[in-house]
Design a protein around this ligand. Structure first.
Ligand code: ATR
Length: 283
């Protein structure tokens, strides 16, 4: 596409940002629909975040994604936050409506849409299933928010630091009263006692990213009935074991894809070219 005086600018703000896949797949999405827009990386140091967000308005940048380490901090500098940002405490998308900045979090949507795609293969519904969610950090908040909104049978929330799981649950109790019965904190060293009770295991921790990482529990205890999701975008030892055991499994690529799809749709109000975007990510 030929850039010209009317080209719209979108981007991603991160630190570092050079590993982001968003510029490639978002630009492809714009091109595929013939939208005159570019999507560029913005390398922004933490101390410059406020100025960068002001810059979005000053430069009429139409929309941005926000990534590590700015997803929490950025909330302070926008005009409005969506409901999911309130609960998750982090934003990954900003829409610039003529100088008025609205922040969203599309990670929960991305996780749920990816999960639904996986569950379709097993002809199962989220609402009939029990989950073991590993981790209680930022990513876990998005996953748990998504699951609670969908309505699950039960969520066991396991974390190395139990207090963080308890804090997450108490924060989410504001969401609705059923949270109390639906979600329960579990010590990470006790998760093996819960494997019998759960249908789906979701890893939201960074464990498995590096070859030297110690497993979160004894993966040999995974059963064929388990559906395993890891939000890391590669085949982690957890996923390798899941495959070996004949489980249905999914890596983090669908979540990455669909969070981007949702951002694209917020900005453009058009249906995103999902298959174009997926093909680029799978490359
Ligand atoms: P993110 O935003 O990606 O979720 P985070 O907020 O730093 O990142 O959260 C990281 C999560 O991975 C936490 O649940 C963390 O456990 P603690 O709360 O106990 O720190 C978990 N985690 C990271 N390294 C881990 C490890 N080696 N073993 C177990 N859990 C780990």
């Amino acid at each position: 596409m030929q850039l010209n005086g009317e080209t719209l600018v979108y981007g991603i703000i991160g630190y570092p940002v050079k590993h982001s896949k968003s510029p490639t797949f978002q630009t492809a999405a714009f091109q595929s629909l013939g939208i005159n827009a570019v999507y560029v990386p913005f390398h922004v140091k933490p101390e410059d975040l406020e100025k960068a967000v002001e810059g979005i308005k000053a430069l009429s940048v139409k929309g941005v994604n926000i990534t590590i380490p700015h997803k929490e901090e950025v909330i302070k500098y926008v005009n409005e936050i969506s409901e999911e940002v309130k609960f998750i405490g982090a934003a990954n998308t900003i829409e610039n409506i003529d100088g008025y900045l609205k922040a969203y979090n599309t990670d929960a949507y991305g996780f749920i849409r990816g999960l639904k795609e996986l569950l379709e293969k097993a002809e199962k519904d989220i609402s009939d299933l029990s989950f073991l969610v590993l981790g209680a950090g930022g990513a876990s908040r998005a996953v748990v928010y998504g699951l609670l909104k969908e309505g699950t049978k039960k969520i066991y929330l396991a974390n190395r630091t139990l207090e963080k799981a308890e804090k997450l649950i108490s924060d989410f109790k504001q969401l609705n009263r059923i949270v109390e019965k639906t979600i329960e904190p579990v010590r990470l060293d006790k998760v093996e006692d819960y494997l019998d009770k759960v249908d789906v295991i979701v890893n939201t921790t960074s464990v498995g990213l590096h070859p030297e990482d110690k497993p979160l529990f004894d993966y040999e205890k995974i059963m064929k009935k388990h559906i395993i999701v890891d939000i890391i975008y590669k085949k982690t030892p957890l996923l390798k074991k899941a495959e070996e055991k004949g489980c249905l499994w999914q890596d983090g690529l669908p979540m990455l894809l669909y969070q981007g799809v949702r951002s694209f749709e917020i900005w453009t109000k058009r249906e995103a070219p999902v298959e174009v975007m997926r093909k680029i990510l799978e490359k």
